[in-house]
Design a binder for this molecule. Structure first.
Ligand code: SAM
Length: 238
């Protein structure tokens, strides 16, 4: 998880242009600052209030991906009690985990940063591709960002082995943050059977940059993974 020691106001001030100078002020150790405890909610059958730190908080037991939510239970509970209002982890109307804006964001604002926890031995529904042959497991809240074919967040590689996320447009408080998975996965083996994003420009599936390059470049400009601009190392993509 991101363990930046930057204060909320400092984070709000960061913009894409100021990021290189600002990055040196981030620390990767320290407390997790960014989940608002009071905003947790869950759909029917998903209530598992086991966080010792907050008995009234609810944690869905299962999600719609191939990773049991309980793998993250302690991490979520820990994050859950240290909010500063940037984001909330909540259950979406579709019944799975999502990340929601804890306040309003302006276009181009840095929303949050992610950190690689480790290199993924096998890619999974919570890993992110960062190079032609590299997938990393990432921290909260990034691992719970859902896909949208018209995403609200754009990404840039960072020095923490993962990505920084920027608002592609104004984002209202309470709106779900979303990423377009095709901006960082080249050829996903975990394509969703059916994309549930409901965007007017929904592609039906997120299969990877390989299949949607033209759309991604047109829609997201420079906000796609840097490695996708480099020559592919071999025909084999992990
Ligand atoms: C990084 S996780 C996102 C968090 C996930 N919703 C959860 O509850 O753990 C990625 C997984 O969420 C699901 N997902 C994300 N966006 C989706 C979408 N637009 N339509 C359908 N499933 C989606 C897929 O199962 C995908 O493999």
């Amino acid at each position: 998880m991101w363990r930046g020691r930057v204060g909320r106001n400092e984070l709000i001030m960061l913009t894409r242009r100021s990021l290189p100078e600002a990055s040196s002020r981030f620390s990767v150790s320290g407390d997790f600052p960014l989940v608002k405890a009071s905003m947790f909610s869950a759909g029917a059958g998903q209530v598992v209030p086991r966080c010792t730190a907050g008995a009234s908080q609810v944690i869905p037991e299962t999600n719609n991906s191939n990773t049991p939510i309980n793998d993250f239970h302690d991490e979520i509970c820990k994050a859950n009690v240290r909010g500063s209002g940037i984001y909330d982890l909540r259950v979406t109307s579709q019944g799975y985990w999502g990340v929601f804006a804890g306040r309003a964001f302006s276009a181009n604002e840095l929303v949050f940063r992610s950190q690689a926890v480790n290199v993924a031995a096998t890619r999974n529904s919570h890993s992110m591709q960062t190079d032609w042959h590299k997938h990393v497991n990432v921290d909260l809240p990034t691992r719970f960002l859902n896909h949208n074919c018209s995403a609200s967040l754009g990404l840039r590689a960072n020095e923490l082995g993962a990505y920084d996320f920027f608002a592609l447009r104004g984002i209202a408080e309470g709106e779900e943050f979303s990423l377009d998975y095709d901006t960082f996965e080249y050829d996903t083996v975990l394509a969703m059977d059916k994309c549930l994003c409901s965007s007017p420009v929904c592609r039906g599936q997120a299969r990877g940059f390989k299949y949607s390059k033209e759309v991604v470049l047109k829609q997201y400009g420079d906000y796609y993974a840097e490695y996708l601009r480099t020559e592919r190392h071999s025909t084999q993509v992990e």
